[in-house]
Each structure stands twice: as C-alpha cells, then as structure tokens.
Design a protein around this ligand. Structure first.
Ligand code: PLP
Length: 443
C-alpha cells in the first residue's frame, strides 16, 4: 500500500461518513478510486474494476463520456449557475423542449392535449424529483375546486428515495421503519412482482382505490422494475390496467423512472413497454451522465392548469440549484448521445447475453432462485433473507477479487452495467459474476 493511500484511508476512517454503511466498518475492504472511464474504474494502486452497477445506476453512458465532458466545459465557460426564479436560460429552455419530445405518448395524436407530458420542473436528484411529484399532486388537489385528495397509494417493495416524503412512499421496511414516526401515512398496495402473478396485486389496488374513493391524490410506481427492492420485474399488463383504474378513479399516476428511464429496461422509458402515459414522470440519475446530481419531473397540462392564477396558486417549491445551467447542458448532451450513438440498439444487443448468463448461473446452482433479466439488468436471489443477509456481501468481496464492483441488494446479486459496455468487458463481467458466486458460496 502506498503511503498516500494509507493516509487517505486513515483520514477517511476519521471523517467520511459513508452511505448505507455501518459506522466503524473495518470488516470490508474500502477501495480508494483514482480514475474512471467507460465501464471501468481504477483504484489508487492501478487495479481495474468493472462498474457492475454503473455507480448506483447513473453511469448508463459510462464514466467520463467525452461528449458529455465537452458539453460541461462549454457551458461552464458561459454560465455555470443562475437562479430560475424570474429568469431563464437557453439550456433550461431547450432541455425542457427536448425532454418533452422523448415523453411517452408525445407523438400520439389520440392522446388528449391535457394528458401530454409537457411541463418540466427541475430539481437536484432522484429523491427530489419524487418530492416534486408528491407536492405537485398534493398542491393540485389542495387548490382544486372539485375534490380534495390528500393520500398516496404506493407499492410494497418500492423505493423512491431518501428524503422524508420519498421514504414515506417507499415500501421497504428495512429503510423506513426507523423513521416511522416522521413518515406520512400511505395506502400500501401489494407488489405486482409477486411470483403468483400481477393480477392479485391489481385486484388489491383496485379495492383500495374504491375503498379510499375521492381521497387518493396519486398512485406512485416504479414502472416494470422495482429496483432497490431487489430488481423485482413485473408484467407491463399491470401498468396498463393500473392506468385505466387511475382514470376511472380520477386520480394521478406517477411513474418514478429515476432508475428505469434512459434505456435501462430496453426502451427509453419503461412506461413505453406498457404503452401508457403517466400523469407525472420522474427522471434523474443517468439524465446527467454520471457527472453530478440533476433531475426533472415532467407533468401533464392538466396538472399545470391547476396552478394557473395568482401568486397564491404558484407551486410552492424550488431548490437553489433548480435548472442549473451545467446540469441542463449536460442532460441535453446525454439525450443527444442516445440519439446519435444508437444506445438503445446496444441495450437490445447485450440484453440476451445478460439473461443467458443469469440463467446459466441458476442452472449451475439449483439452490439459487429467480434468475431474471430485462434490458441491461440481470439478477438472481441467493436466498430469502432480504436486505440484511450477508451472502450478497460475500459475493461482493469475491467480486472485488475478480475485478468487479458488484454491490448487492441484500441477498440479490445483480448487474446493471453501463449500457455502452463493450463486448469483451461484458464477457468479463458476466464471467466474473459467475466465478464470484461460485467462489463465495460454493468454493
Ligand atoms: C426508483 C428510484 N427513485 C428515486 C431514487 C432516489 O434517487 P437519488 O439517490 O438520486 O436521490 C432512487 C435511487 O436509487 C430510485 O431507484
């Protein structure tokens, strides 16, 4: 170990508080990362690792994409920050237009104009994009003349972020129970990723919608995949049925695409796989190309109309960095890279290989369960002990030995690599996952 690295580790142990990590956790190795490029990063000693989870799902276009870095430099030379209250700027305006053009239903002439996702509200990260969605829906109904709806329906196994509102709609006990007294009350519906099928979950949510008649402000879901809940994939038919049920109940459907958006599941937005248009769509993570936090919440015209009028009806929200020009310029370039570099075609090319690899792992180890895959996501369960199980961490440590950064979700081992990962790096990743599982659990 070089002296520099030893010093950094000592200072880290003294001062840095790591996310989702026990205090004074000396039991696991701590990598000191010096550099990242594409699908890999390098530690202080020059060892290379494949970033199997795109650094918590942000590096969908890889690390340090040259076009995105160049866009950042260009924008920084012009205008790095300005408030968005009473001011506007080119990156904010053009990004809003370009984002709207990507929205589900955008080119669908049959979609009523007030259902078009056409209004963009900027914020800081995935959690705040969800807070914005919650407050948009809550304030819409608070100033509605026809109904006062104040409650949210959210799913078991859902994850929507870290802030208190986002934690309230989250449905993973391990992350929410300690904060219980702070959280607002949510109507909880079962996860559609139930192995017995989505239909039971749908019946249950319809029952709740009927029971809580006229009180539900919105239903919030992660479309197609519940990510942090363990890569729980469900049938798009559930979303189609839910869209109809929300229409019948005249309540809003919020799609949290913070993880699933920007091609992760194979289409640009996961909602496209169900051919549905939500009332509100949340986006962050990959939207700013793994450079820094940036988010957008896109709502339809009906919701926007509810805020027309005097100052007393304005949306009561706005972070300091709302619509930051660097974030907007970077996100515009991210969208351009998706258009120019056929990123979704690449997802179609790597998806079958990821799927085959996870099925092969299951075939080799029959005690492992539920191999599953969609788009650039593959996962398998090591057991049914949930988030606090240690086996995933044993695989994680074996992964480091094999040159992979393979952070588990409890007892779920998964990959969600950069969508642009090249063939040989993908081979090394999938082979490494298999070897790491074998070494950690069956060696
Ligand atoms: C679906 C979903 N929503 C929201 C968030 C919160 O995003 P952030 O960590 O950027 O606040 C996450 C984070 O994993 C997520 O997966």
């Amino acid at each position: 170990m070089s002296a520099d690295r030893a010093l950094l580790l000592a200072l880290d142990r003294a001062h840095v508080w790591h996310p989702y990590t026990p205090a004074h956790d000396d039991s696991r190795p701590l990598l000191v990362v010096a550099r990242a490029e594409g699908a890999r990063f390098w530690d202080h000693d020059g060892r290379s690792f494949i970033d199997a989870n795109s650094s918590w799902w942000v590096a969908s276009l890889g690390h340090r994409h040259p076009r995105i870095l160049a866009a950042l430099e260009r924008q920084a030379a012009q205008l790095a920050h300005i408030a968005l209250g009473g001011l506007t700027h080119e990156p904010a305006v053009l990004l809003a237009k370009e984002l709207v053009e990507t929205m589900p239903g955008h080119s669908d002439a049959r979609l009523p104009s007030d259902r078009q996702l056409s209004r963009v509200f900027y914020s800081d990260d995935g959690s705040t994009s969800v807070e914005v969605a919650i407050k948009l829906c809550a304030q819409y109904w608070a100033q509605s003349t026809s109904a006062r709806r104040t409650r949210f329906i959210a799913l078991s196994g859902a994850f929507h972020g870290e802030t208190v509102g986002a934690t309230s709609v989250g449905g993973i006990d391990a992350f929410r129970s300690v904060y219980g007294p702070l959280l607002f009350d949510v109507v909880r519906a079962p996860s559609p990723a139930d192995p017995r099928g989505w239909e039971r979950a749908f019946e249950a949510i319809v029952t709740e919608l009927q029971k809580c008649r006229d009180t539900i402000a919105a239903v919030i879901v992660e479309p197609i995949v519940q990510g942090a809940g363990g890569m729980r994939i469900y049938d798009p038919a559930y979303l189609r049925a839910l869209r109809e049920a929300c229409d019948q109940a005249d309540t809003f459907l919020v799609a949290d695409e913070v993880f699933t958006g920007l091609g992760r599941t194979g289409t640009f937005w996961a909602c496209e796989q169900a051919s549905i248009v939500p009332d509100v769509l949340c986006s962050a993570k990959a939207l700013s190309g793994a450079l820094f936090p940036f988010a957008a919440t896109i709502s339809n015209e009906r919701i926007y109309d509810g805020f027309r009028g005097g100052r007393d009806r304005a949306f009561l929200y706005g972070h300091s960095y709302c619509g930051n020009p660097l974030g907007c310029a970077v996100a515009r370039e991210v969208l351009a890279v998706y258009r120019d570099e056929a990123v979704l075609d690449r997802v179609q090319a790597i998806a079958p290989r990821i799927e085959a690899a996870f099925h092969a792992i299951a075939a080799e180890h029959p005690s492992l369960s539920r191999p599953r895959a969609i788009g650039a996501i593959g996962a398998i369960d090591l057991g049914d002990q949930g988030y606090l199980d240690d086996r995933g961490w044993r695989v994680y440590e074996a992964g480091l030995e094999h040159g992979l950064y393979l952070r588990p979700l409890g007892d779920t081992v998964y990959v969600a690599p950069p969508l642009v990962i090249d063939d040989s790096t993908l081979d090394a990743l999938l082979h490494g996952v298999s070897s790491s599982i074998r070494a950690a659990l069956f060696g």
